[in-house]
Design a protein around this ligand. Sequence first.
Ligand code: GLC
Length: 751
Amino acid sequence: MNLLPVFALSLLLCCPGLRAQEALKPRYLDPAAPVDERVEDLLPRLTLDEKLGLVHADSKFCTAGVPRLGIPKMWMSDGPHGVREELSLDSWRPAGRTDDFATWMPASIALASTWNPALAVAYGGVLADEARARNKHIMLGPGVNIQRSPLNGRTFEYLGEDPWLVSRMAVGTIRGMQAGDVAACVKHFAVNNQEVDRGKVNVEVDERALREIYLPAFEAAVREAGAWALMGAYNKFRGQYCCHNATLLNRVLKEEWGFRGLVMSDWGGTHSTAEAVRDGLDLEMGTRSAYQDYYLARPFRAGIEKGEYPLALLDDKVRRNLRVLFAIKGVDGRPAGTINTRAHQAAARRVAEEGMVLLKNSPTLLPLDLSTIKRIAVIGDNALRLGALGGQSSGMKAFYEITPLAGLLAYVAGRADVTYSLGVLAPQHQRFEALAFDVTGAALAPAQPSPAPESTLNAAELADRAVAAAKAADVVVFVAGLNHERNQDTESSDRLALELPYGQPELIARVAAANPRTIVVLVAGSPVTMDPWLEQVPAVLQAWYAGMEGGNALASILFGDANPSGRLPCTFPRRLADTAAHASGLARHYPGEAGTVHYDEGLLVGYRWNDAKAVEPLFPFGFGLSYTTFGYSGLNILPGGEGGALATVECEVTNTGTRAGAEVVQLYVEPVAPAVARPVRELKGFDKVLLQPGEKRTVRLALGPRAFSYYSVERKAWVAAAGEYRIAIGRSSRDLPLGGLFVLAAPVETR
Ligand code: GLC
């Protein structure tokens, strides 16, 4: 029996002074009191100015707090991939500190490619540990905007094209983060699917596409994961800015979904006091003015004093901000955080390994066998380029970055001769600051990337040297891809084309002609085309931006210590015109005409477009190879199931190869002759299973009403119509060996 409470109570009883002090402690300071009671106890103690100080910024990344009452500033930090460096209090300039390095996790799109929600929980946990270590209360992520165009500069920061996959990975990340007493701030709410004109473009999208494609991840974040904060998007939705949008914030988010946390603006996304007061904004950040001139500062105060705005509207905003602070123990003191631990490094490496997608491997060149390889030629700017600080707000200072070249050199460790050729000339404008620390935190020599050895040569000379190196090697690892330069994978601009830049396609073709044993590793955060070289190279691996352990993860995959198990979270199209947003080539559809972009494709985003239009992708959604093979059998569709399921679907998966490996079993629902327009098939379930050679496992997936539902605009509800549905199971959206019928006898309506 734990005697401590007894001892504490007796101490209280025998010490009147202590007893009186405890009795005097206000309710809002009692960690044991329910959050809402603490909020209601604190609210009337606040002056008008103190209340206003809680609903707008008091620096670039914090609110004022109420020191008089023991309420701390509420600090927030980017970004989705780790805790951003400290910036100056009132500008975007770096603060120039040396204690703000952090664990740089793989990009969100790499996390999505793991199709492993449990890993998303671990990912969120790393961010929370390091956020607490840096005294941050809110992390500005995950980003969950659906990939509508593969040109979107922030594709790497998001989780792909499918609402179900994005929802599962977002829920996992949020749960991991908030279990660590750090509030997630899910962004950018909503329909922020391009960077071109992001600050003002108006998005017109029909209600079904909004509900069935663009909102589900936000809805899951709020209704399943209990996200404490959302960030409004810069753009407009149906004519009103998202940061104060009555439809999105008041009607959908707060009334329909019951959201009780706070909505903050994106930085500089607020444009009106009246709308911010009335249409759902709770915290104004980043407005380009003095803090007291923010829309929710002096102008709001003046409006209250004139009786233009009821005080109740301010009180609701204050309640929401205080709820978040109390919910994450921001007033009580949180467990100490940790940074750059072995566990964090292991998590970064695991996400990187599980996120890499093997796109091609014939005739089974991979995994590489070091016993037969003596000379490896590594080629490409991305073999050496540091990526952590790029991409704008998701950039950060990594404790270290194991580049692809560094990872391969460390793995080979002299067992083969490794040459490096830059191959192409690529601009290097982004900053880098990777200070190598060992886990004890002792700073080692700053890890500056060695300037490419041949950076004095011109493009032709660089290419020729790379081809010569390829010719002399047993195997070539060409690390191609994109980077965080403007018009590539970065915030504030979109890509201009799907092709690889800097002459990479031509050089890959030349290298492959010089040495057929060429592996192309793509370090990029969004789809690229692969003409003319794809047919020439035997192996292609999509590595994404793989975080600070990326080079080690790459080596593990290439040499077979890890069996690739990533699956594409987005379609890789053969050409830009094969995608919904670009098929017509009309500005109306992208990037917008007269200030408005029209999502006329409606529901048909990503593979939904390919299926509806019978357009063959280069690589389909859900695709990914393994070093082993898997067989499917034993489909069984049972009515009903746990948790109100309408159907429970079982099948058996067998590892039919000779190596252990993980398979992502994917379930798609295909309405048969639906009465309303529906996509051909939609992902509605998946499970990742690790199987030993020869092992067989039964996978069981429960399908609730939403798995069969479309959104009825007339009924303002989700409707699973009576009728037949084909249940298809397999290894990608275009490889579904198992199928069976499920009949729903009567319609089911949910809200
Ligand atoms: C940026 C981004 C947002 C980020 C914020 C703070 O403009 O749109 O994702 O969290 O500003 O840096």
